[in-house]
Design a protein around this ligand. Structure first.
Ligand SMILES: [Zn+2]
Length: 335
């Protein structure tokens, strides 16, 4: 008996592999890979060619045009998003509150809203720490900025705005002494100008340094149409320890309340330490966090709704009186 020829042996092996199917899978994989490489997105190939340096092949210009159109679309989307954000951050205040002084604004419905406010910043690391905590807890707050600190740390002021918090005026250099009319105007106007130049936003709220209402600045701000914002809960974080800050805020929190904290003006590490606990505990008590402009808008909306309901009721009553038939004599049993 003669031994099988080598070709015959190979053919038998090949057939065996095919029957075992694994070779078939390899062929399928190679085909898929070749198809992927051949038909991969022209955009990604163009981009790769572009970053690797000049490459000459037909159709490059057409693909670059495609790339540019995609890039333009992406930028247009980004601009649209920024415009929407700017719209959402339009922290104007209702006319009714302009020139007034507020300490808290309880809503007629009793809804548990509260406004956290931070004074004397921006000052790192505290402002940045606080922004990080607020973002991670999905809380929006109001920052009363010192004009000269905005001038010193413009990027942090922009950062506050970017994260959707309300910006407000807390004077240029935080003076307590009596101001001349020109001095008060300079303290407030320069700060407004710097905030506007840095963020594009003109403040509508003013908080007097030290809460002093009679040294000329609050009067000037009110005359200018700004809302003078005081507070209903004082964390006393300028001297208290974190546990005491927490205790104090929880004791003084109220629906429609405005809570005073500081992110600038000194070491604010105790504020940073206390803040996550305060947010958690207030939330557990059912509080929603709002900015001061939002608080004022909510109040305005609720009052308008109440007035509209009252007006509708009065109109309905008037209509009912008109529509009712004249009084009839009582029916008699006539038999
Ligand atoms: Zn202050």
């Amino acid at each position: 008996m003669s031994s099988p020829k080598p070709f015959q042996t190979f053919c038998q092996w090949w057939w065996g592999q095919l029957r075992a199917k694994w070779l078939l899978y390899i062929v399928l994989a190679i085909t898929t890979l070749t198809l992927c490489v051949t038909f991969q997105s022209p955009i990604s190939r163009t981009a790769q060619a572009f970053v690797r340096g000049p490459v000459a092949y037909s159709g490059l210009t057409a693909r670059l045009n495609q790339l540019s159109s995609l890039a333009n679309q992406a930028w247009a989307n980004q601009l649209e998003l920024l415009a929407q954000q700017a719209e959402a951050m339009n922290f104007t205040v209702p006319e009714h509150f302009r020139g007034k002084t507020i300490r808290s604004v309880p809503l007629p419905s009793g809804r548990k809203v509260i406004a956290l406010t931070f004074d004397d910043g921006p000052l790192d690391p505290y402002t940045n720490d606080i922004l990080y905590i607020l973002e991670n807890n999905d809380v929006k707050a109001t920052f009363f900025l010192i004009g000269r600190s905005v001038q010193a740390f413009p990027n942090r002021a922009k950062h506050i705005q970017m994260k959707g918090h309300a910006l407000a005026n807390h004077s240029w250099s935080h003076p307590y002494a009596q101001q001349s009319p020109a001095g008060a105007a300079a303290q407030i106007d320069n700060t407004d100008t710097w905030i506007k130049q840095t963020t594009g936003f003109t403040p509508t709220l003013f908080r007097p340094p030290g809460g002093i209402l009679n040294n000329g600045m609050a009067g000037y701000a009110a005359q200018k149409g700004q809302v003078v914002v005081m507070w209903s809960a004082d964390s006393k974080d300028y001297y208290a320890s974190a546990p005491n800050i927490i205790k104090r805020v929880m004791a003084e929190a109220s629906p429609g309340g405005i809570v005073l904290f500081h992110d600038g003006g000194g070491n604010r590490s105790q504020t940073v330490l206390a803040l996550p606990f305060i947010i958690k505990q207030l939330r557990e008590q059912g509080y929603e966090f709002v900015t001061v402009p939002e608080l004022l808008k909510l109040y305005e909306e609720e009052v308008k709704a109440i007035n509209a309901a009252k007006a509708a009721e009065t109109a309905k009553a008037a209509e009912a009186v008109q529509a009712s038939p004249p009084a009839q004599p009582p029916p008699t049993l006539g038999y």
